[in-house]
Design a protein around this ligand. Structure first.
Ligand SMILES: NC(=O)c1ccc[n+]([C@@H]2O[C@H](COP(=O)([O-])OP(=O)(O)OC[C@H]3O[C@@H](n4cnc5c(N)ncnc54)[C@H](OP(=O)(O)O)[C@@H]3O)[C@@H](O)[C@H]2O)c1
Length: 257
């Protein structure tokens, strides 16, 4: 097992994959500069891939790549197609494209600003469409695309997450459609439950500790997931050649309660 430390995420980054599995492959991860994406990047690198990570914050992207020995970084805002095109412009070939960038877009439909709610779809559906179009034939025919959804897609709540849940469920539908349209490339979706990352802390704000305690009590495994567990699931979707059009739940059973 390869272990790589990083100070750019909430948890220590650990690889759960055998070395060499991604030798000679290029992996590009939008949202690879923190949390689940950074853990996926570290694990793909440990498995032999050349890894390029992309985030919106330039300094964080540069630091994530430097501290984890990754092969490159780019800054791009996934809600802007021009910056997505720029970020991908000089990458000659991509074997595995991972699209995990996104924020916790919360707001009730009757109250929130529409521009804010629209971000849920812009960061996920439209960012994915722009990135895939930008790469075109540079996306390897035997490669893969991995999207992100979340257990909200199966289990919505009344706390202003309806649009985010809809955008997450839409990612799963987009993956099934593109698994046919982009074939023989494989297209899958990773659906995490609550994972201990910087996003979770941002989403819960000052009430984080109380909310986490309540979540742990309610969850079947009485803990949150780790970035390593979710990152390993992303790399599994890249590397298992028979996964296609699938949604992989990595949620400790959160969607069942
Ligand atoms: N953690 C959970 O419990 C959980 C559960 C279900 C689904 N998810 C989803 O999983 C994905 C990763 O979440 P995480 O928990 O790993 O969060 P995280 O640690 O906050 O990482 C988010 C990543 O996305 C990037 N990003 C965010 N907005 C961006 C934008 N507009 N343009 C470019 N990059 C952007 C961030 O880079 P910058 O910081 O530089 O912007 C960072 O690399 C998110 O889409 C999230 O919705 C998370």
């Amino acid at each position: 097992m390869t272990i790589t430390a990083s100070s750019t995420s909430a948890t220590t980054q650990t690889s759960l994959l055998p070395a060499g599995q991604l030798q000679g492959r290029t992996v590009v991860i939008f949202g690879g500069t923190s949390g689940i994406g950074l853990s996926a990047a570290v694990q793909a690198k440990a498995a032999g891939a050349e890894v390029i990570v992309i985030g919106s914050d330039r300094a964080r992207a540069q630091r994530a790549a430097a501290e984890n020995g990754l092969d490159g970084w780019r800054a791009a805002d996934v809600t802007r197609s021009d910056t997505i095109h720029e970020a991908l412009a000089n990458i000659p070939h991509v074997d595995h494209l991972v699209l995990l960038a996104g924020s916790f877009v919360v707001g009730k439909v009757m109250e929130a600003e529409l521009g804010h709610l629209r971000r849920a779809f812009d960061e996920r559906i439209w960012a994915s469409v722009h990135a895939i179009r930008a790469l075109g034939d540079r996306l390897a025919p035997d490669g893969s695309v991995t999207f992100i959804s979340g257990s909200l897609a199966d289990r919505p709540n009344a706390h202003g997450t309806a649009v985010l849940a809809a955008a997450s469920a839409a990612m799963e539908a987009l993956a099934r459609g593109l698994a046919l349209e982009l074939a023989p490339r494989r297209v899958n979706t990773l659906s995490p439950g609550p994972i201990e990352t910087p996003l979770l802390s941002k989403a819960l704000g000052e009430g984080r500790d109380a909310a986490v305690t309540a979540m742990k009590q309610a969850l079947p495994l009485h803990r949150l997931g780790t970035a390593e567990e979710a990152g390993a699931a992303a790399v599994f979707l890249m590397t298992n050649g028979w996964m296609n059009g699938a949604t992989l739940n990595v949620d400790g059973g959160a969607r069942l309660i």
